[in-house]
Design a protein around this ligand. Structure first.
Ligand code: AMP
Length: 216
């Protein structure tokens, strides 16, 4: 199954994509995680991306498309993948169509997780993430068992530099200007499913499973 997750920053894309990927036994491909990893590794791509990521602006399309094409050529995506945080512009969506065409595959579903902007800002302010394994927590609704420590790998949790209020505002603006048009792009092709993102994590996951035809 090949699925794209769309949604404002903080809508729960990462958390939900991870759960669905585990349930289906296919990789979660997050461009945000890949870019943060490239920064941590100090690769040339990471250095090029840093100023964009930290300020909440989009990394140029050609960089992201190169990264995605390389990732989707890896054999572990042969049985499917969940794209989380990509595509984010119409040019990226067109670029993705080209990549999938060259690989001889097609998308099955695009899931849009909908959430009110006020809820998002609150969620992002209380988000903590693991720089080592990418696990995501929320101080109130999904706290780690030991304060400040990742349940999965024991690493110290961090607050993302782009989760500060003024950068959150910029990311929401960027989404509305650049990413929101993708809703119509995929709706025209009958691929779009809208899911309400304001419930419990498990309930949202059930709605997503139903939307991708893998309920139960
Ligand atoms: P995320 O973890 O998905 O919220 O992404 C964090 C940041 O990484 C974004 O604010 C962008 O700076 C960058 N980024 C992630 N995915 C993309 C993408 N598909 N296109 C451009 N920039 C991206």
């Amino acid at each position: 199954m090949r699925v794209v997750f769309l949604g404002l920053p903080g809508a729960g894309k990462g958390t939900q994509a991870r759960l669905l990927a585990e349930a289906l036994g296919i990789p979660q491909v997050s461009t945000g995680d890949m870019l943060r990893q490239a920064q941590a590794d100090g690769t040339p791509l990471g250095q090029q991306a840093r100023e964009y990521v930290e300020s909440g602006r989009l990394v140029p399309d050609d960089l992201v498309l190169g990264l995605i094409e390389e990732r989707l050529r890896n054999r572990d995506t042969d049985g499917g993948f969940i794209l989380d945080g990509f595509p984010r512009t119409e040019d990226q969506a067109k670029g993705l169509d080209g990549i999938l065409g060259r690989l001889g595959v097609a998308l099955d579903r695009v899931v849009l997780i909908e959430l009110d902007a006020a809820v998002l800002a609150e969620r992002l302010g209380k988000r903590r993430s693991c720089p080592a394994c990418g696990a995501v927590y929320h101080l109130d609704s999904k706290p780690p068992a030991r304060a400040g420590i990742c349940d999965e790998c024991g690493e110290r949790l961090v607050e993302r530099p782009d989760d500060q209020p003024e950068r959150i505002r910029r990311r929401i603006e960027v989404f509305k200007a650049e990413t929101a048009p993708l809703e119509a792009y995929y709706d025209r092709r009958g691929l779009l499913a809208r899911v309400a993102g304001d419930g419990e994590i498990g309930d949202v996951q059930s709605a997503i499973r139903a939307a991708v035809g893998r309920a139960g």
